[in-house]
Design a protein around this ligand. Structure first.
Ligand code: FES
Length: 168
């Protein structure tokens, strides 16, 4: 008789482990899939969203453009989210800057400081940015405003995701 013979007890253990493992995988795999599903989804950063801003109405003076991404997927939740951008024309180029201050995230305004009417101003800690988004040295922000990807379609401005400022 072989020394490697499996005892009845071992056989029973292996069988129970095998069946148990199979049943557990049937339970755990869907849970794992559910847990990581949002991570596996495409981020949609390449998507553009329509805004109510007509491109032919843009000038060299920044205007605030508000728009909404409908049914934005965030993890397992879908909701409408509102965004805004400061948009102007620079020659033929459309520039759209994020209003999110690079200090602590407040919202910047164009011409909000009467002493610097041609700059963006952050009311939270008096941060300032030049028209191209470059932060003014000596004020709290330590980097330029981000820039939106822009697209024109049927005469209207479409905005995509943000990227580091390419103008400064
Ligand atoms: S959050 Fe804008 S200056 Fe502080």
């Amino acid at each position: 008789m072989s020394k490697n013979r499996v005892s009845r007890r071992q056989f029973l253990s292996y069988t129970i482990m095998g069946v148990g493992g199979f049943m557990a995988s049937g339970t755990i795999m869907p849970m794992l899939r559910f847990a990581v599903d949002p991570v596996l989804q495409k981020s949609g950063e390449g998507d553009f969203t329509a805004t109510p801003q007509r491109v032919d109405e843009l000038t060299e003076t920044p205007v605030r453009v508000d728009y909404t991404i409908v049914d934005r997927q965030d993890g397992w939740y879908k909701s409408d989210e509102s965004y805004s951008a400061w948009v102007y024309k620079s020659g033929d180029r459309i520039v759209a800057l994020s209003p999110v201050c690079k200090h602590l995230g407040c919202t910047v305004n164009w011409g909000g400081d009467k002493n610097h009417p041609d700059q963006f101003f952050c009311p939270c800690h008096a941060g300032r940015y030049e028209k191209n988004g470059k932060h003014v040295p000596g004020t709290p922000p330590i980097g330029p405003l981000d820039e939106y990807l822009v697209m024109e379609k049927d005469g209207y401005l479409y905005l995509g995701g943000t990227r580091p400022n390419t103008l400064v």
